[in-house]
Design a binder for this molecule. Structure first.
Ligand SMILES: [Zn+2]
Ligand SMILES: [Zn+2]
Length: 151
């Protein structure tokens, strides 16, 4: 369904970032985060690219490095309008209403914005998430965590 949003990295990278972070890193940044409500069913954890893949592709850099990857719960990631991907959330609603092209349209909109030198994501979220990803990486490295790649 929303394969557009599913990140392109292998299982090893995903598991390594989940191991580094252990829980959603969006709490305090995103209203939708429910990590601190243990009575609720634990939210599924997802690994998010801070600088998006589509953007990285244009600039020809590999977005899979530890300071660009961060663990978010699904609500923080794409669960509502205050999440890191409100446009993906909205596309999901349109898709469920029957618009099977909703994700393709969202992606096309992103491309148009980039064509016009504009970003389609929230730069303020980026700053906060990047700082958190750097902190997590440094802290875990001191504890012996090592970055691994898929190849
Ligand atoms: Zn969260
Ligand atoms: Zn994401």
């Amino acid at each position: 369904m929303d394969e557009y949003e599913l990140p392109k990295y292998g299982r090893a990278v995903r598991e390594n970032i989940l191991k580094r972070d252990n829980e959603c890193q969006g709490c305090g940044i995103f209203e939708g985060c429910d990590r601190r409500e243990p009575e609720r069913i634990p939210a599924r954890l997802e690994v998010h690219h801070i600088l998006p893949r589509g953007y990285a592709k244009r600039l020809d850099f590999n977005p899979n490095f530890p300071e660009n990857l961060i663990t978010l719960c699904k609500p923080s990631h794409r669960g509502d309008v205050s999440s890191v991907h409100p446009d993906i959330y909205r596309a999901g609603i349109e898709y469920n209403r029957g618009d099977k092209d909703a994700f393709t349209k969202a992606k096309a909109h992103h491309e148009r914005l980039l064509d016009n030198q504009r970003i389609y994501w929230n730069g303020e979220h980026d700053r906060q998430l990047s700082a958190q990803a750097v902190r997590q990486t440094q802290k875990r490295r001191r504890e012996g965590w090592r970055w691994i790649t898929d190849d």
